[in-house]
Design a protein around this ligand. Structure first.
Ligand SMILES: Cc1cn([C@H]2C[C@H](O)[C@@H](COP(=O)(O)OP(=O)(O)O[C@H]3O[C@H](C)C(=O)[C@H](O)[C@H]3O)O2)c(=O)[nH]c1=O
Length: 182
């Protein structure tokens, strides 16, 4: 696995070493010791999976305070544009984001530490998104910020007028009104 730190310290893109042969392929999708050596020790406690159709945007979500979650995300079918936004007001990259294409083809993974809002836009007919989190699901402590917030300046590559979102995400707050991390 190759670990590449992004422009935001602590946010990593992981490129697996894929072994292909006449049967197909194999790669190690997760190795605790390797991750700890290159990123740091993270105790993931839950795996999640979601399936979405083209034009779905899930996010930008985070759990507040002590319920914040670090996430290691990847796509096992289709393609998404994945975004992490730094919500830590003490960070030199506060309010900045990283966008990365995750797909069945590139087998890329994206590590998002605690303190970030996270979301993705589906760019294929169908996308199956699977990820690890290091803290429990705490819906009472969930928050969302708008994907199109002008202060975030996220440039989505498609016309977002027909984007498919949950009611929760349509009601997301503006970044300036959001609850931040210290
Ligand atoms: C996240 C989660 C959800 N649920 C239940 C609650 C709802 O009945 C249903 C769908 O939940 P939600 O609409 O919040 O799912 P997403 O919009 O995919 O939310 C996720 O999307 C973005 C991309 C994230 O990074 C978060 O992990 C998470 O917020 O699954 C659970 O039972 N456990 C869970 O951990």
């Amino acid at each position: 696995m190759e670990y590449k730190e992004t422009a935001i310290k602590g946010v990593f893109i992981l490129e697996p070493r894929v072994f292909e042969d006449s049967r197909g392929y194999f790669f190690e999708a997760w190795k605790d010791s390797d991750f700890a050596e290159h990123v740091g020790k993270v105790n993931f406690i839950q795996d999640n999976e979601s399936k979405s159709c083209y034009g779905v945007l899930r996010g930008l979500h985070y759990q507040k305070g002590e319920f914040s979650q670090a996430k290691l995300v990847r796509v096992i079918r289709g393609k998404v544009l994945d975004v992490a936004v730094d919500m830590r007001k003490g960070s030199p990259t506060f309010g900045r984001h990283v966008m990365v294409e995750l797909s069945e083809e590139n087998k890329r993974q994206f590590f998002i530490p605690r303190g970030f809002a996270h979301g993705f836009l589906v760019m294929s007919d169908v996308a199956v998104f699977t990820y690890k989190v290091d803290n429990v699901y705490a819906p009472a402590h969930e928050a969302s910020v708008r994907y199109d917030d002008p202060d975030l300046g996220i440039s989505w590559p498609i016309d977002m007028k027909d984007v498919i979102m949950s009611d929760k995400d349509r009601a997301a707050s503006l970044f300036k009104d959001a609850e931040y991390f210290d």
